[in-house]
Design a protein around this ligand. Structure first.
Ligand code: SF4
Ligand code: SF4
Length: 344
């Protein structure tokens, strides 16, 4: 059974406490799990889309950076490009945004090249994928610290360590592979024929006729149009995602991402919004801050985050997306059973 280390903290505004909690958890995990740090240990992060105000800010990672530097371990912030059109679509834009958002203490590595085209195949021989397109520089790493923000997600239900592995480690083609059945619907009665979605569609899949229409052969399921429509006329087709086993595909990509690696996962359960940090606008958290959790098992860690939130609000949260953890457990990524070790 996996260990999950937990330090409850009531607000992310207490940056000193959050920063220290992350170090304490990392230190305890390294000692308890007999982890030998390598000479280079990158931090997998999410820089937050431009306009997003609830991503985990870099000052919360300062303690971990100090910890590595005191031990003469080299590091970098490592991340992949996104599928949709935004400020993180290319390496050049992505590096600029990382800097703007304060990720300046370490070098930045965009692991899948300028346009997300650089990847290595990772063989997994599972139900949906025989092999996965993992971003080249991430595929090459033998050891990482994966820093995740636990929050909601439009398609996946919620996002934590498993989602960070699945989408966060995949090169652009791998992200497409995971999304491929998630074709949105245009609510014709809401469409004002402004054409904005067609201009933003990276696959040239929206045809403007009397109303906007999505060409299902061309659509890559990036969900970019659902974000840009000013009239909320395009909705994600969750049923298609579910019937298309989107959750299973996520789990298999997460499995590929972590394969043959030593990974330490630390998750920040703060600023829990309904949508993820790829949303380029400000959102209000809808659940209370919970604290910092860590594990070497991403499935146990996500399950523990859900359990701690539910304990705090005394009701079930994030009903959708739990199949990802179930399936991830089935294919051997981790276990939903865990031993919780509170450190404070
Ligand atoms: S952005 Fe929205 S309203 Fe405008 S054409 Fe597309 S679906 Fe219609
Ligand atoms: S139509 Fe498909 S490819 Fe185009 S923006 Fe929408 S989801 Fe993305």
């Amino acid at each position: 059974m996996a260990n999950v280390y937990f330090i409850p903290i009531d607000t992310i505004n207490d940056t000193a406490a959050v920063r220290q909690a992350a170090v304490d958890i990392l230190d305890r995990m390294i000692a308890a799990e007999n982890i030998a740090l390598k000479k280079f240990v990158p931090l997998k992060v999410h820089f937050g889309e431009k306009g997003n105000t609830t991503f985990i800010r870099p000052e919360n990672y300062d303690g971990i950076i100090d910890y590595l530097q005191e031990r003469r371990i080299d590091s970098a912030f490592i991340e992949t490009n996104v599928l949709y059109l935004g400020e993180r679509t290319t390496r050049t834009e992505h590096e600029r945004l990382a800097k703007d958002h304060g990720f300046t203490r370490l070098p930045v590595i965009i692991a899948d090249g300028e346009h997300g085209e650089e990847f290595e195949w990772v063989e997994i021989d599972q139900k949906y994928f025989k092999r996965c397109k993992i971003a080249k520089e991430l595929a090459r790493q033998k050891q990482l610290i994966v820093l995740s923000h636990f929050k909601g997600h439009m398609l996946a239900g919620f996002g934590g360590a498993v989602k960070q592995l699945a989408m966060g480690f995949a090169a652009r083609g791998g992200k497409l592979d995971q999304h491929c059945n998630a074709i949105p619907n245009v609510k014709q009665w809401k469409c004002k024929t402004c054409g904005f979605c067609a201009k933003k569609c990276p696959a040239d899949a929206i045809v403007m006729a009397k109303k906007a229409r999505i060409n299902r052969e061309k659509c890559i399921g990036c969900a970019s149009c659902t974000a840009v429509c000013p009239y909320h006329a395009i909705a994600n087709n969750f049923l298609a995602s579910i019937s298309g086993s989107f959750f299973g595909r996520l789990a298999e990509y997460a499995y590929a991402a972590a394969k043959d690696k030593s990974v330490m996962y630390i998750t920040f359960a703060f600023n829990i919004t309904r949508d993820c940090d790829c949303a380029g606008h400000s959102m209000r958290p809808f659940l209370p801050d919970v604290g910092v959790l860590g594990s070497t098992d991403p499935v146990a860690l996500d399950q523990a985050c859900l359990d701690q939130i539910e304990k705090k609000v005394n009701r079930r949260v994030f009903k959708r997306g739990r199949y990802t953890l179930e399936y991830a457990e089935k294919i051997g990524l981790g276990s939903r059973n865990y031993h919780l070790i509170p450190l404070k």
